[in-house]
Write a protein that binds this ligand. Structure first.
Ligand code: FAD
Length: 297
């Protein structure tokens, strides 16, 4: 949406496809984007749509793209309803999708986005008074320590890390104990919560219930959007274990004419990161078009 705003202001013919299912749809409030702190994710989308409306070069379509193919220098974008748009450039700002089933934590869907969150910058302040559970799916020991240090600073110091049966080096356990973080090594049987999705406890395999009133879930459980794979843009895996599109500063990818912005590029860049990248990417495209027009007189 941020990219479309810049392209619209440059009067470059632009079609936005958005099936309106942002990654943070599960939350009630989005934090940390200045001037919009605490806004509902869908409110952000509605404001963005209304501010795009005056720009006649931009068409907004609230529908999914089914496929994109490249024919010579032109991209052929087919929507779910079968309409076809041809474009010289494509900005993929399709985000990542959290696949909670991968974590194996029974009951996580009921609390995710309500009392258990992925990002301490986004929701740490709101959980600051709580007794927190921390889960890290698939993260290496250094990332576990890093994640916990961020949560301690941005949120609560009452933390228990649930290793959920994974093997843990003695060094990590000693480090966490030194930092005052509790460690539960046992497999987690399920998460207990109330009707509002507030975590009440973590049930271990032995049946022991560890009372907790909120938490964080980090690690690698997000999956790339199918369009990314379909287009065949070169990817890379970052230290968190996330598959991201390789890109340059202005979002250019290894496939000419395809640009990326937001989580598809950053993994978890937050709203401010996605908006900034969208704007930078669009400004780069405007510069390219201006140069092409200049060269052709
Ligand atoms: C529980 C939770 C809480 C969060 N809280 C915060 C917070 O408080 N503050 C913050 O800054 N960040 C927060 N985030 C992170 C934030 O949601 C992401 O970093 C941000 O949404 C990334 O923006 P994006 O534009 O890259 O992707 P998204 O916001 O996910 O947008 C991608 C868009 O592409 C659309 N799309 C995907 N595929 C297609 C297709 N084939 N056709 C058409 N449209 C398609 C989707 O419908 C969606 O609207 C949170 C994330 C989660 C999971």
């Amino acid at each position: 949406m941020a990219a479309a705003l810049i392209l619209g202001r440059a009067r470059l013919s632009t079609v936005v496809f958005n099936d309106e299912w942002p990654r943070n749809w599960v939350t009630q409030a989005s934090h940390g984007f200045y001037t919009r702190d605490g806004a509902h994710p869908m409110e952000l989308l509605e404001v963005a749509k209304s501010q795009l409306a005056p720009y006649k070069a931009v068409q907004y379509r609230a529908e999914a793209i089914a496929s994109i193919s490249k024919e010579g220098q032109v991209f052929c974008v087919t929507s779910a309803s079968g309409s076809v748009v041809r474009a010289r450039r494509v900005i993929l700002a399709v985000g990542m999708r959290d696949d909670l089933a991968q974590t194996g934590l029974e009951g996580i869907e009921r609390v995710y986005g309500r009392s258990v969150f992925p990002c301490p910058f986004c929701d740490g302040f709101e959980l600051r008074e709580r007794a927190l559970a921390v889960f890290t799916h698939g993260a290496q020991d250094e990332m576990v320590a890093h994640y916990l240090s961020m949560i301690q600073t941005l949120s609560s110091t009452d933390l228990i890390w649930f290793a959920n049966g994974r093997s843990v080096g003695d060094g990590l356990v000693a480090e966490l104990e030194r930092q005052g973080v509790g460690v539960a090594l046992e497999v987690v049987k399920c998460l207990e919560s109330d009707a509002e999705g507030q975590l009440t406890g973590v049930v271990l395999d032995s049946g022991q219930v560890v009372p907790r009133t909120g938490g964080f879930l980090g690690g690698s459980y997000a999956v790339a959007n199918p369009l990314v794979e379909q287009l065949g843009v070169p990817m890379e895996v970052n230290p968190m274990g996330w598959s991201l599109v390789q890109s340059q500063e202005q979002g250019q990818t290894g496939l000419e004419g395809v640009y990326v912005a937001g989580d598809v590029r950053a993994g978890f860049g937050k709203i401010s990161g996605a908006a900034a990248q969208g704007a930078v990417c669009a400004a780069g495209i405007v510069r390219e078009v201006a140069q092409e027009r200049w060269n052709h007189g």
